[in-house]
Design a protein around this ligand. Sequence first.
Ligand code: DGY
Length: 349
Amino acid sequence: MSSSSRVKVVLACDLGPEIMPLLYERKDLELVVWAKDTACDRDWLLKNAVGATALIVLVNNKVDSELLDAAGPQLRVVSTMSVGYEHCNLPELAKRQIKLGYTPDVLTDAVADISIMLALMAGRNARETMTVVNEGKWPSYNWAPFLFCGPQLSATPSHPKRTAGFVGFGRIAHATLARLVPFGFTQCLYFSNPSSPLKPSRDASLCESLRLAPGAIRRVDLAMVAEESDVVFVLTPGGKETNSLVDEAFLRKMKKTSVLVNTSRGSVVDSDALAKALHEGWIWGAGLDVVAGEPKITAEHPLVREPRCAILPHIGSATLETRIDMATLAVKNALAVIDAEEMPAGLDL
Ligand code: DGY
């Protein structure tokens, strides 16, 4: 088949030996792949997108009108290997009738796992204490009754109440809550987009399936999530509507012993306000997998300087199993559109 009659698919990364054969076996495709280990160069993407029918991208590839213009009017699908789509300009895609594929569900458990890990790390001073060991300072810190103590995630007979708060209450939040129930959490307060309808029957059946008391899961206003929760999990998509939703006012309302976990998008949390909250002790600690402005987060960043802030470099979905599933789904989404079939996971634009 001549290259002009083949369908051009541009990948912003090599998806590895388990996934790439799904594409290589298709003789009707012309594949153009950013083959280096580094993040795909923007100029390379703009240049190579020309004439593409499908673009397979990652969270760090901005899908904006510049890229869509560069690709040209034949572009039919953008498939992102992510559940988040803050990096994609949805109105532009919709206007041009370009479909968007994404990868929900397959990463839910991996991100819920790491949300719990960050809650534990932040509460139990993981960063500070590991630094003591890693810097060879353990000999100066002999065991002492209250040394390095922090709030316990699990309930205890003397402190039996635990309330989980969620900013955003989708699939990953539900999976995180399921993990918290065995820790003794009995109450769940969540805030979600005020223009979305209440979901009493969904919440009631979630209570039942998680063996929580009827009414234990409640949608409330943002202030109440801040005031009542022992741990607040930020799990809402990024974008204009949620920008700095967790701001100084929110953080000032939180309990001094509470912990903030963000495993969604950095933009949802005001970093300066959080650094101030940690510095001045309005909250106990924070566990972040994402930070506004990432990956340009250096050692001088105000949050990196806070010892009670455990930061991971956006690895929420980084398990071998999950990344294989995400990459497979991203390829299947692109191929489905090329083959004029329904995408297994297309976003309604
Ligand atoms: C996603 O899929 O949106 C994650 O943030 C990437 O790990």
